[in-house]
Each structure stands twice: as structure tokens, then as C-alpha cells.
Design a protein around this ligand. Structure first.
Ligand code: KG4
Ligand code: ZN
Length: 354
């Protein structure tokens, strides 16, 4: 089976062809970072327009690189939730049009399910990477989402949220702190680089949602803490203090993500942890997670960077799982800003022990 995946939920226009074994035959991603950078964050209307402008080229490129025609595709999978409504609609309407014209089955896919199956993709069949056994704990940390899941199977009804952020996502915190410090957008990569040259112990910042028992996150207090520090001490120049501040902030975020992921594995009695989302590119997160997992006797799986950030290969493979069960949403793919995965965390509430 060869499935064409299409992803336009946020600021990447992506298309990919993946086999039912998870082999990635093509993986085309057009990033809109340059479009949004001048605004310091994503502008939804500009995202939709840019998707509209690029989607044909991106889908055409994915088919060409995979060396398959649309007629030879077995099904189309498209991200239909969660995300920016206008952006999602570009992908969904394109997928519907292609499915109708080529008489192919179509399934709508939840973007978060995509992130959670990404570690099962095979980018290089010559060098197959070990795949996480089921069940596993999935930590998604990106610009739009931060949550822990128990994953018993690779489809939505086998995935359970254990805890999510009550306010900002981890990547959003990186981006907001970078903006505060005048470091541009997106903030993650630059904070990552500066933090590696700083001393996290030089500046003390608050711990985000430190309650050991809670699997929920909250990063807005930490961001406010950095803002307060800057208003008291002034915005640092390109110096040692800037590096120390980045290191102190990053240490708090990384510790929280890693400790809660390990705690989830212990609580659920699960032996494997999978990282995903753009923040999983963070070098300190990768290093600390590897250390802690080794100490706890857990297997850690971190997909290659291109599978962590938004892409359509993960959407195609989530689609494979649905096609395997005979699904076909022909004509009925609806767009939604919300995930299909039941939420146990209510946004904007104070700490709740769970
Ligand atoms: O998954 P992603 O590409 O897009 C979504 O938000 O869905 O994640 C982008 C986020 C941004 O907030 C960016 O600042 C963050 O991932 N990010 C990082 C790093 N690289 C990207 N955060 C921390 N360290 C990094 N090296
Ligand atoms: Zn994402």
C-alpha cells in the first residue's frame, strides 16, 4: 500500500508518500518561517495564503520524488485537526479534490496521532532504526502542543492523554522568551545554541509545575519569571548573562519535560518513551532524556529531526493505520481546531494533582 499524506495544519506545507511498512518514499516540506518571522509568531491569514500558493508544488514534488503517479496511490491521508482552521482547510480541500478526481479513498488524520506514530517511520531502509514497542509513553513538545500520552496502538482510540499543558506549549515558551530577549523567531534553535555556552546555575528561575505527581505542564509562569528578570536587570546584550539566562530557562523546561515523561513511564508501568515535536530537536532535552532513561532502565526513542518537526510522512503513516482498518471518510472529512484525543487537562486552570 502506498499512501499520499498532506499536512497544512500550521506553518509547514508538506506532502509525502509512505508505504504500509512505514518506508518513506518522499518527504517534501515547505517551511513558512520567513513569512512569519517579521511578526515574531504565526499569522493565521498569511499561513492559509502561503499554503494555497504552495500546495500544488509540494504535492506534485512528493509524487515525483516517490516516482509514483496519483493513479498508483492507494489512498490519501490529510491532517484535518487540530490546527489553524483556514490552514487546515487548504490541505483538506486539496485532498478531497484529488481523491474525487482520482477516485481514491481518503481519511482525515489527527495531527497529534501523526506525531505519536512518527518514531515508526523508516527513512532509510538500508539502515533500519529500532522501533518503539507498544505500549509506550509519547511526549509531544512543539510550538502548539505539549502533552504526555499513553500509546497502546497506533490509532486514535488506542491513545490516552495523561497530562497536557494548562497554558503555553514548551516551544511557545522558547519562542516568547526569545522574543523578550530580542533573539528573533523561532526561538528554540537560538536559545538552544546560546544555552550551550551558558551556566544554568548562575540565575535562579521558578520551576514550572514542579508537583512530582502531576503529569500536567505550565510554562507561562516561567516565561513571566524571565520577563520579570529582564524588567529588573534590563535586557542583556550579546554577552555571558544572556547565555546564562538562556541556560537557566532551558534547564527548567528540559527538567520538567524529562522528569514528567519518566514519571509517566513509571506510573503507567511502561518500558519505552518516545519524544516528538519540534522541541525534541533540543540538544539538552535529548541528552538529559537519554541519561534519565538509562538510569531508570527505560528505552528512549527520538525520531530523526525531520520526523520530529511537522511533516506529512507521519500523517501518511497515521493514515495507513486507518486504511488498514478499512476506513474511508470520502466526502466527510471535517476540519476542527481541536484534537480528537480526549483531553484530561483543562486549559487555564491552576495545578491539579493527577
Ligand atoms: O513541531 P514544530 O516544528 O511545529 C509545531 O509547533 O507544530 O515545532 C516548532 C517549535 C517552535 O516553537 C521552535 O521554537 C521549537 O519547536 N524548536 C526548538 C528547537 N528547535 C525548534 N525548541 C527548543 N530547542 C530547539 N533546538
Ligand atoms: Zn506538530
Amino acid at each position: 500500500m502506498r499512501v499520499l499524506g498532506i499536512e497544512t495544519s500550521c506553518d509547514e506545507t508538506a506532502a509525502s508518500v509512505v508505504t504500509d511498512a512505514g518506508h518513506v518514499l518522499s518527504d517534501v516540506v515547505h517551511s513558512q518561517v520567513d513569512v512569519h518571522a517579521p511578526y515574531g509568531g504565526i499569522v493565521p491569514e498569511l499561513a492559509s495564503r502561503d499554503h494555497l500558493h504552495n500546495i500544488r508544488f509540494v504535492v506534485g514534488g512528493a509524487l515525483r520524488k516517490a516516482n509514483v503517479s496519483l493513479a498508483a496511490i492507494d489512498g490519501i491521508a490529510v491532517t484535518c485537526r487540530p490546527g489553524l482552521t483556514g490552514a487546515l482547510m487548504v490541505g483538506v480541500e486539496t485532498a478531497k479534490g484529488l481523491a474525487w478526481a482520482a477516485e481514491k479513498p481518503i481519511v482525515g488524520v489527527d495531527h497529534l496521532v501523526g506525531h505519536l506514530v512518527a518514531a515508526h517511520l523508516e527513512f532509510d531502509p538500508e539502515k533500519p532504526a529500532p522501533k518503539p514497542p507498544l505500549p509506550f509513553i509519547g511526549l509531544i513538545a512543539s510550538g502548539g502542543h505539549t502533552a504526555l500520552y499513553r500509546v497502546d496502538g497506533l490509532d486514535a482510540d488506542s491513545i490516552r492523554e495523561l497530562g497536557a499543558t494548562r497554558d503555553d506549549a514548551a516551544g511557545e515558551a522558547f519562542d516568547k522568551v526569545a522574543k523578550l530577549l530580542g533573539l528573533g523567531y523561532p526561538g528554540g534553535p537560538v536559545v538552544d545554541r546560546l544555552a550551550s555556552e551558558g551556566d544554568a546555575r548562575a540565575i535562579t528561575l521558578s520551576k514550572p509545575m514542579p508537583q512530582h505527581a502531576s503529569l500536567e505542564f505550565s510554562f507561562s509562569g516561567l516565561k513571566s519569571n524571565v520577563a520579570r528578570w529582564v524588567s529588573e536587570h534590563g535586557r542583556p546584550g550579546d554577552d555571558r548573562v544572556l547565555r546564562d539566562l538562556c541556560a537557566a530557562f532551558q534547564r527548567r523546561v528540559v527538567d520538567t519535560l524529562v522528569n514528567k515523561a519518566m514519571h509517566a513511564a513509571e506510573r503507567e508501568n511502561v518500558g519505552a518513551v518516545v519524544l516528538g515535536g519540534g522541541v525534541a530537536a533540543n540538544r539538552e532535552l535529548r541528552r538529559r532524556a537519554a541519561e534519565k532513561a538509562r538510569d531508570a532502565g527505560l528505552a528512549l526513542f527520538v525520531p530523526p529531526f525531520r520526523a520530529c518537526t511537522d511533516n506529512a510522512a507521519m500523517i501518511a503513516f497515521a493514515g495507513v493505520q486507518r486504511f488498514r482498518r478499512g476506513a474511508n471518510d470520502a466526502g466527510r472529512v471535517e476540519v476542527s481546531a481541536r484534537t480528537i484525543l480526549p483531553r484530561v487537562t483543562r486549559k487555564g486552570r491552576g495545578a491539579r494533582l493527577a
